[in-house]
Design a protein around this ligand. Structure first.
Ligand SMILES: [Zn+2]
Length: 256
């Protein structure tokens, strides 16, 4: 075999080493679809969509034409999933807080601008949080001050909402504590203590009220029975819309 032929056979995309991903492109009516193809010991063609794009896994014996036919057959689903993935990465990127002058963090469902220099104060009309830090404060210092303010606000607001709804529902809670959880918004235990994630402070007040009411309602009913939901609805008739929005709520990334 000549060197060029050997090289060509080595470089030929049809003959990769086992499991090596190959970049491929298929022209669809909507435009070129880029994907990564990997051969694996499996019985059928599989598609996965991740932040890095579309990955196709196929058994070694499946011909390229068959893979392309499968992609064409599923193109609507694939393109929709790729769109959703793009939206999600975009939202997550936009949600990273810049810890410096003019950086924005969501507070009660709306952006709040961070300000350096001058005295510490919150200006609700201008939607500004003056941290009372020098102009040259570093990101770690800005972040620490902003998070301390948010956590303080969370405690004050959640206490007030718990008192309000405990009276409305005629329940007594023994203790309110705050957690850092990002997925579990709240919990209630049989001894009457309520736990809420302080990260709720980023969200719309309606959503916070829903979580408060949900946990307090558990002091009546320690389950999710129709009786439990009737207790929730007795003070929040529109709770289902808040519940749905809460499921879709995205939290900002607070890392430096
Ligand atoms: Zn529950």
């Amino acid at each position: 075999m000549s060197l060029t032929r050997r090289l060509r056979s080595l470089l030929r995309p049809e003959a990769p080493a086992a499991g090596t991903p190959m970049r491929r492109e298929l022209l669809l009516p909507a435009g070129p679809l880029h994907y990564e193809l990997r051969h694996a010991p499996r019985r059928s063609i599989g598609f996965t969509i991740s932040p890095s794009g579309l990955k196709v896994t196929a058994p070694r014996w499946v011909a390229q034409a068959e893979i392309e036919a499968a992609l064409r057959g599923k193109q609507d689903w694939i393109l929709r999933k790729l769109d959703e993935q793009r939206d999600r990465s975009h939202r997550q990127h936009a949600a990273r807080v810049h810890w410096g002058e003019g950086g924005q963090m969501p507070y009660l469902g709306q952006p709040l601008s961070l300000k350096l220099g001058g005295l510490a104060r919150y200006e609700p009309q201008a939607r500004e949080l003056h941290l009372g830090l020098p102009q040259d404060a570093g990101p770690a210092q800005v972040r620490e001050a902003a998070l301390a303010w948010l956590a303080g606000r969370a405690r004050a607001l959640f206490e007030q909402r718990c008192r309000h709804y405990a009276a409305a529902l005629s329940v007594r809670y023994t203790r309110l504590s705050l957690s850092q959880a990002q997925t579990r918004w709240g919990s209630a235990s049989a001894n009457g203590s309520i736990r809420l994630s302080w990260r709720l402070i980023h969200l719309d007040p309606d959503l916070i009220d829903y979580v408060v009411v949900h946990e307090l309602a558990h002091l009546h009913e320690m389950n999710h029975s129709p009786r439990f939901w009737a207790v929730v609805a007795s003070v929040l008739p529109d709770y289902e819309s808040a519940r749905r929005r809460l499921r879709e709520a995205a939290l900002p990334t607070l890392e430096l």
